[in-house]
Write a new protein. Sequence first.
Length: 270
Amino acid sequence: MNAITSQLGSQLSLVSLNGTRRPAPPPLVLVAHGSRDPRALSTVRTLIERIRELRPHLTVRLGHLELNEPLLPDTLASARGGEAVLVPLLLSRGYHVKHDIPEAMAAAPHLLSRVAAPLGPHPLLVETLYARLVEAGWRTRMSDTARRASGVVLAAAGSRDPDAARDTRRTAQLLAERLGVPVVPAYASAAAPTVPAAVRAFAARSRHRIAVASYFTAPGRFATQCAEAASWIAAEPLGAHPAMARLVLHRYDQALATPEPAPERALASA
């Protein structure tokens, strides 16, 4: 029913009050990181299908930063002149958002493009993390004794950028409020603590029901390594959960609604 309602709204949005057809909205370019794990590309393609189901008249294209085709520069180079909104399939501010994506945009001057904010932090991410934990065996109802023995490690890729760390900590805070147990961010690389270290720290505090929440958009090497460190349950990555499709469209709409200062291109506010 939600999909039907969204499709109907999408169709009506293309018709103005006087019955004339409005211009088509700018294409959405989903910017994925890329991975050698074939499951990652499959996951991103499934997510794109869900986005198209929610908004059938929106053109959605894919561009990768590395490792998979199509690469973002090629996607932008092949686009006709006009507008485009780049939505990073990334969870925090970091090097890719601040440098790689703007460089790709600058190399496509024929395209009037803007970049949306990264996906996180946002309540829809917390909704997805919660759902993945429940799928893995997290109990939606828990006794006080079980709650005092429980904790969650939010496993993220890691970045040296302080903004990225702040974004991940904020997501951990939001997830802790949802679950009612402590949530500690930990990282697969480039930052501390590591996921195994965070698991050990929980155990030292007599919390032995330790779950790992996978703060990755798709399966891959880092997600697999972090899951292996779990002492109890490990959730699947965010993947193509319906809330992720809604969040991508939310960031797209935000970017369109945010006036872009000239001559600099700016990120839409989070």
